[in-house]
Design a protein. Structure first.
Length: 168
């Protein structure tokens, strides 16, 4: 049976009783497709270069509900996408995100987009590392564009996280 993912809108085979993430809003078919993409990245070293961006993008498209953990997840993954698209290196990106994650703040709920131009399902067609990495970049850019209503807020968090690292 095919179903529509409530997070990203992908049409994928779905099992209503299948596995899902504990708090991200996804169908079991979408969660399974994400697992397949991750297996490819972990199984082929040349596919792994943008793994962090893959995770950030998937998480941003599946924001979940409105508790603190879910709001923080969306915020941090969007900051990760913004930094990656800006060319921030992985070490700096991970340190900045870790700083944000360790803050005890109340993250606001950001209203999620209602549609995405690309989903994790679009990555399943990749047959080479080059094609996969290109699709991940395009998927991240499309996801960032979909969240553009909150760009100023997220960019502020991203700048502050980088500045805190320079001051440390």
């Amino acid at each position: 049976m095919t179903g529509t993912c409530p997070g990203c809108g992908a049409e994928l085979p779905d099992d209503p009783d299948g596995p899902r993430h504990p708090y991200m809003t996804s169908s079991s078919g979408c969660w399974s497709a994400f697992g397949e993409v991750l297996a490819r990245e972990f199984g082929r070293a040349d596919w792994f270069a943008l793994h962090r961006l893959t995770v950030d993008t998937y998480a941003a498209q599946h924001p979940g509900g409105d508790d603190r953990r879910q709001r923080q997840s969306v915020a941090l993954h969007l900051v990760g996408i913004r930094h990656a698209l800006d060319g921030v290196d992985a070490r700096t990106l991970n340190a900045a995100t870790q700083r944000l994650a360790s803050e005890r703040r109340e993250w606001p709920r950001l209203e999620a987009p209602t549609a995405y131009a690309m989903t994790v399902a679009d990555l399943l067609v990749a047959r080479s590392a080059e094609e996969h990495l290109d699709l991940v970049r395009r998927w991240a850019q499309a996801t960032w564009s979909a969240w553009s209503l909150h760009a100023e807020t997220v960019e502020g968090w991203a700048r502050a996280a980088l500045a805190a690292g320079r001051d440390a």
